[in-house]
Design a protein around this ligand. Structure first.
Ligand SMILES: [Zn+2]
Length: 259
């Protein structure tokens, strides 16, 4: 890794004068001292924003700045890919195990995103179906709530202080394809929750609306707990979905779905 001399940092900040920058939550995950701090989300090198008493940062490399969820101005940020050829037997087995435990998965997702409805959950399972998520041989069932939350992209998340907010989840940069979760060696990929103000000029929020973000600890033992109580209407709705067999979903909608 290249170190950032204070000269280059200064130059960069001069070029980007007036830029926002972002607070680095979990900066202790960074490597080394402040002069070589790394973004906890994209792993890109960070530099402090000038005239901000070292509280805010920008990415050193413009491409990181353009792509990282903490700084991107795109309302369609990168999502991990799901690239797996369909394996019918594996799919039947792994999807079957998921469906058996769907209430536990749903509860974990609700804990992270209380606004999640069974209807949207059903949509996400349908999306996982068309993307062949169930065909990864090393798939770990206890990661699925987090994978589905990532695939959900931006969701409305009720209100904070009377103002509507949105939420989005993402893994750190070790997960470029969902399968990386199960093949990557080294520390477990971190999972982030990002809260946004409602977008004004774009269909979905960009980093300009980012209120805060946090690392969500992934629960790996929820499948061993009793299934949660659920509303009868929700259970019936999910049972109808399962009975209706494979539901088709339009992959394009998952990137932009909001309901
Ligand atoms: Zn970053």
């Amino acid at each position: 890794m290249t170190g950032t001399s204070s000269d280059t940092a200064l130059q960069l900040d001069d070029l980007n004068a007036g830029a926002y920058g972002f607070h680095v939550v979990g900066a202790h995950y960074g490597i080394g001292d402040k002069a070589s701090l790394y973004c906890p989300v994209c792993f890109g090198e960070l530099v402090p924003v000038a005239d901000d008493a070292g509280r805010r940062f920008r990415h050193f490399v413009a491409q990181d700045e353009a792509r990282c969820p903490l700084s991107t101005l795109s309302y369609q940020p990168d999502v991990p890919g799901v690239h797996r050829r369909r394996d019918v037997a594996l799919e039947r087995e792994q999807r079957g195990v998921f469906i058996e435990n769907w209430q536990r998965h749903f509860q974990v997702m609700r804990r992270a995103a209380p606004s999640l409805t069974v209807r949207r959950f059903i949509y996400l399972v349908g999306y996982a179906d068309v993307m062949n998520l169930w065909s990864y041989p090393a798939l770990e069932q206890h990661d699925l709530p987090y994978v589905l939350l990532t695939l959900a992209q931006f969701m409305r998340a009720g209100a904070m202080g009377g103002r509507p907010v949105w939420v989005r989840f993402c893994f750190d940069a070790t997960v470029r394809d969902v399968g990386d979760l199960w093949t990557h060696r080294g520390p477990q990929a971190r999972f982030f929750k990002m809260m946004y103000n409602a977008p004004r000029e774009t269909p979905f929020p960009t980093s300009r609306q980012l209120i805060h973000y946090e690392t969500v600890r992934r629960d790996t033992s929820f499948l061993e707990t009793p299934p949660p109580w659920m509303k009868r209407a929700d259970v019936k709705e999910f049972q109808r979905f399962v009975a209706s067999g494979r539901q088709s979903a339009d992959p394009g909608r998952a990137d932009t779905g909001t309901s």
